[in-house]
Unconditional design. Structure first.
Length: 149
């Protein structure tokens, strides 16, 4: 038995309810990832994922090899913001809510979270720090955005 009769909800209310539910489930999933125990196997599986997706791409293969050999939690933000397969795969998985792929990134996501928390707690700035990342968009998309804003 429910308190609300869902048949009387408007399409917008149903859409908002679904979006809010999806957001909460996704947030719960990310919180679970952050609390999971990190293992050495996580990085190996992540490297294997990169290698499968970028077989034959010499530039990305070199970046993957470098990641495998020299990754530390101290370099996580640099690696994430670098123009590489790591950024591309992680952002696509986050946008699409690809839980399977995000599990491979568990250690990486945990390291990002830890580093950002550390910076927030230890930076001696009193103002808000804004950071930006460039994004290529088509001319049509830019014109549409210009009209909307």
């Amino acid at each position: 038995m429910t308190i609300y009769d869902s048949s009387t909800w408007s399409t917008n209310e149903q859409s908002s309810r679904i979006l809010n539910g999806n957001f909460l489930w996704f947030r719960l999933f990310i919180e679970t990832l952050l609390r999971m125990q990190n293992t050495d196997d996580n990085q190996r599986k992540l490297v294997e994922l990169f290698q499968k997706k970028y077989v034959g791409n010499d530039i990305q293969t070199q970046i993957i090899k470098e990641f495998e050999q020299t990754y530390t939690s101290q370099t996580v933000l640099w690696r994430y913001t670098r123009n590489s397969c790591i950024y591309k795969i992680l952002n696509k998985a986050l946008r699409c809510q690809d839980f399977h792929t995000l599990i491979y990134f568990q250690t990486f996501i945990t390291d990002i979270d830890s580093k950002l928390r550390y910076l927030r707690d230890n930076e001696k700035t009193t103002s808000i720090l804004r950071v930006y990342r460039g994004q290529f968009i088509s001319i049509e998309e830019f014109q549409h955005l210009s009209i909307e804003l």
